[in-house]
Design a protein around this ligand. Structure first.
Ligand SMILES: [Zn+2]
Length: 269
């Protein structure tokens, strides 16, 4: 899809509105319209303040330490490696959690990425469920986010026993929930390790000062982010991807990119 951003619309706005235009049927177009509104709202959302309010710099450092010691030894040094769902479950089999894979496609299933259930009753281990109907990049993000819940629960002695669903419409809500945001921080660091994040998000500017983490991503950065997702994780937004997935993944791309930039500009992480 060829994308040309206009002055009044951001890069992701234009991309999302193209998908909305292309979606057939009134139900599909209604769903896609609300998804594109979600993307717009994430784009305009200030990420610096919620990050500072929900997670301090030392808490983020502690989460990284814990994650490196048990799951991702190279977190923030190298990007995470995408493996098959069954390989994820094998790799993480010793981490005190059980896995359930389900392939939930169709209009109803596609919104669900995964969930984590801490209290399973009796002596049963906590459960990570991942929807494998998605693109490998989205499956990897779901595994990482849910594993994040597992780590963070142990770290902060979480009182949340209920299942935490991960759906694409929830990113805005994650900016009000420290545990959700912490799990997303791990995904974001796994996607954009420090050296890459610095290259993408801290672009030298001539003349005018940028508005830092509160601003929308400049179009040049958005383009680089999409190219990075394609090159590193094989996620491209071409015709082969159904429009429901396109909007869902775009919301994720915006969310994780803005979160990563905030970690860099606010905490120098
Ligand atoms: Zn979650």
């Amino acid at each position: 899809m060829a994308i040309r951003a206009t002055k009044s619309m951001s890069f992701f706005d234009v991309l999302a509105s193209e998908v909305v235009k292309a979606s057939k049927g009134s139900r599909a177009s209604m769903a896609s319209r609300s998804a594109s509104a979600e993307i717009r709202s994430l784009e305009r959302h200030d990420y610096a303040r919620p990050l500072r309010r929900l997670l301090g710099r030392s808490e983020v450092r502690e989460i990284i330490r814990e994650a490196r010691s048990s799951v991702w030894p190279r977190l923030n040094h190298e990007s995470v490696r995408l493996v098959s769902p069954s390989e994820f479950t094998k790799l993480w089999s010793g981490l005190g959690v059980q896995f359930q894979l389900a392939k939930l496609g169709g209009a109803d299933g596609v919104g669900l990425l995964g969930f984590y259930v801490r209290e399973m009753g009796g002596s049963r281990l906590p459960l990570i469920c991942v929807n494998t109907a998605h693109h490998p990049a989205a499956i990897g993000a779901a595994f990482s986010h849910e594993m994040g819940h597992h780590l963070i629960g142990q770290l902060f002695d979480s009182r949340k026993g209920h299942a935490q669903m991960s759906t694409y419409t929830a990113y805005g809500e994650h900016l009000h929930d420290p545990e959700e945001l912490a799990a997303d921080v791990l995904v974001s660091l796994g996607v954009f390790p420090e050296a890459i994040a610095r290259k993408i998000f801290l672009i030298p500017r001539k003349g005018r000062q940028s508005k830092s983490a509160t601003a929308e991503l400049p179009d040049s950065v958005s383009t680089t982010v999409l190219k990075y997702f394609e090159g590193r994780f094989g996620l491209s937004f071409g015709a082969h991807l159904p429009s429901a997935n396109k909007l869902q993944y775009l919301a994720a791309v915006v969310h994780f990119a803005k979160l990563r930039r905030a970690l860099l500009t606010e905490y120098d992480i």
